[in-house]
Design a protein around this ligand. Structure first.
Ligand SMILES: C[S@@+](CC[C@H](N)C(=O)[O-])C[C@H]1O[C@@H](n2cnc3c(N)ncnc32)[C@H](O)[C@@H]1O
Length: 235
C-alpha cells in the first residue's frame, strides 16, 4: 500500500529519519556491547545509515531490510563496498522471510508504527534468538489524543494506530517480549538536522508541502506526540 510520507523520505533520501536522528542512534547503540560475531537486523533500514554505522563500529554481521524499492536502491548504493559486507534485502517487516532464531539484535527506528504492529512484533520475536534483544524507536502518544489530531496523524503518516506507552508495552508482551525497558531520552519528536541526504531528481511539489505539514504537526503537538525507545528481551 503506498504511503506518501514514506515516499517523501525515500525521494529525499533522508538518513536518520527517526526522532532523535542519527545522534540518538549513535548514543543508543554506543551503549550496547555488540560483538563481531553477532547477527544484527536493521528492519526498515531506509537508506542504510544505521546499518553502515553498525558494521563500521562493531564489525558485526548486519542484515538490512526495507520494503520500499527506492530505499533499498539507495541503501544498496551506500553499502555496496562495505566491509564487512551488509546483506541488503527488499522485504516486508510483517513477513520477513528470514529463519527463526537467527539474530542477536534487532533494531527498528521509526518503522513498526507504519506496519501492522502486532504482525511485525511477532516476526521480530520469531527471528530473534532467545538470548537476543530488540531496540525500537517509535512514535508514542503522550496523553489522550483529541480525535481530530488522531485522525490528522493517521492521515499524514498513513498509519493505523497511535499507541501510548502502555499500549506499546502490551503489544510487546503479546508478541512474547518479557523484559521491557525504556531507554531514557527527551521524549519530544525532535526535528533532527538533515545531514544525510540522497535526493532523487524531479520530486513532486506535493512532497515539499507534506514535509512542511510534518514539521508543523510535530512542532505544534509536542505535548501530545512524542516517542519512546524500548529495549526488549524475550527471556
Ligand atoms: C521513517 S522511515 C525510517 C527509516 C530508517 N529506519 C531511518 O531511521 O532512517 C520508515 C522506514 O520503514 C520502512 N517500512 C515501512 N513499512 C515497512 C514494512 N512493512 N516492511 C519493511 N520496511 C518498512 C519504510 O520504507 C522506511 O524506510
Amino acid at each position: 500500500m503506498s504511503n506518501d510520507y514514506l515516499d517523501l523520505i525515500a525521494y529525499f533520501g533522508i538518513g536518520g529519519a527517526h526522532p532523535g536522528g542519527f545522534a540518538l542512534t549513535e548514543s543508543i547503540l554506543g551503549g550496547e556491547n555488540i560483538q563481531p560475531m553477532e547477527a544484527v537486523l536493521d528492519v526498515g533500514c531506509g537508506t542504510g545509515q544505521t546499518a553502515a554505522f553498525l558494521a563500521k563500529s562493531f564489525h558485526c554481521q548486519v542484515t538490512a531490510i526495507d520494503n520500499h524499492p527506492i530505499m533499498v536502491e539507495k541503501a544498496k548504493k551506500r553499502l555496496k563496498n562495505n566491509k564487512p559486507p551488509i546483506n541488503v534485502i527488499e522485504g516486508n517487516a510483517e513477513n520477513l522471510g528470514l529463519a527463526d532464531d537467527s539474530f542477536d539484535l534487532a533494531i527498528a527506528e521509526s518503522v513498526i508504527v507504519f506496519t501492522n504492529i502486532s504482525k511485525t512484533l511477532n516476526e521480530l520475536a520469531r527471528v530473534l534468538r532467545d538470548t537476543g534483544r530488540m531496540i525500537i524507536i517509535e512514535m508514542t502518544a503522550e496523553q489522550n489524543l483529541p480525535e481530530a489530531l488522531r485522525k490528522e496523524i493517521r492521515r499524514l503518516y498513513g498509519i493505523r494506530e497511535v499507541l501510548n506507552e502502555e499500549e506499546w508495552r502490551s503489544k510487546l508482551q503479546q508478541a512474547g517480549f518479557t523484559k521491557i525497558e525504556i531507554i531514557p531520552t527527551p521524549s519530544a519528536l525532535i526535528l533532527s538536522e538533515l545531514d544525510d541526504i540522497n535526493q532523487s531528481k524531479n520530486i513532486h511539489s506535493k512532497f515539499f508541502d507534506l514535509w512542511e505539514e510534518h514539521h508543523q504537526l510535530t512542532l505544534q503537538n509536542n505535548q501530545f506526540i512524542g516517542y519512546r525507545v524500548f529495549k526488549c528481551h524475550l527471556c
